[in-house]
Design a binder for this molecule. Structure first.
Ligand SMILES: Nc1ncnc2c1ncn2[C@@H]1O[C@H](COP(=O)(O)OP(=O)(O)O)[C@@H](O)[C@H]1O
Ligand SMILES: [Mg+2]
Length: 222
């Protein structure tokens, strides 16, 4: 496993603490709703979606929840690399009907944390994510896990993130600090709000270069 998963290798660090704050905030601000499936997205590539999904997944698993991280970025999948897993089989195989769900879900060394990698990159990611089979898959996975985190492609260049926002219970946006990202963030938030996405909040990533690695969680960052 790569050292990028700081919540696993260094649970006492300030970054791990900020992931625990994220976990608590999402949990306590949604007490009246069932939030079981969460999509993590951002407007642009490289803002930290995969990093945050992986660390958030680890943090939830550490709290005793049975967690599935699904790599729904069928364009630039990263989750298998972060957990050093094979990606020969995964979500795309299930969606085309080549594989059964049970065979594809991989265990990790972390207790309670399971992974569904992307599988081979398909030619039509948006269409696959928008399929009946995808909705049925997510529906059946719900019964097997306490929480499902979905890593996704960025919202600005492709529609995948918007499609996924309709399948999940809530969406967490990630924004890396910088003017380009802020502009794109506003446009993506508009697009998500226009289709009625349930936006749970925004993680501001890369907030401090001095700390090296820093996340902060805010609800009304706009
Ligand atoms: N807070 C951070 N501090 C330092 N590097 C980060 C931080 N968040 C992400 N990175 C790095 O930035 C790169 C892009 O992150 P990634 O999670 O793959 O973004 P995305 O999934 O949004 O494309 C990766 O190399 C990752 O390790
Ligand atoms: Mg990614």
């Amino acid at each position: 496993m790569k050292n990028t998963i700081v919540t696993h290798v260094d649970p006492k660090s300030p970054i791990s603490e900020s992931f625990r704050n994220l976990r608590t905030n999402v949990h306590y601000t949604n007490i009246d709703k069932v939030i079981k499936i969460i999509q993590i997205t951002s407007s642009l590539q490289g803002e930290g979606k995969s990093t945050i999904t992986a660390n958030y997944g680890v943090t939830l698993a550490q709290s005793g929840k049975k967690v599935l991280v699904m790599d729904c970025d069928l364009r630039r999948p990263q989750i298998h690399k972060m957990f050093s897993l094979s990606n020969t089989n995964g979500l795309s195989n299930i969606l085309v009907g080549d594989n059964l769900m049970d065979k594809n879900i991989k265990e990790t060394k972390i207790h309670n944390l399971f992974i569904l990698t992307s599988g081979p990159i398909p030619p039509n990611p948006a269409e696959m994510l928008d399929s009946k089979r995808m909705r049925e898959l997510v529906d059946s996975l719900k019964d097997h896990f306490d929480m499902i985190l979905i890593d996704s492609p960025p919202v600005m260049p492709v529609t995948d993130g918007l499609i996924l926002s309709q399948i999940v219970d809530g969406t967490i946006m990630v924004v890396a600090l910088g003017s380009t990202e802020r502009e794109a963030y506003k446009k993506s938030m508009d697009a998500l709000e226009n289709i009625g996405a349930n936006i749970l909040g925004t993680v501001i990533n890369k907030a401090s270069s001095k700390a090296g690695y820093y996340v902060n969680y805010e609800y009304e960052y706009k």
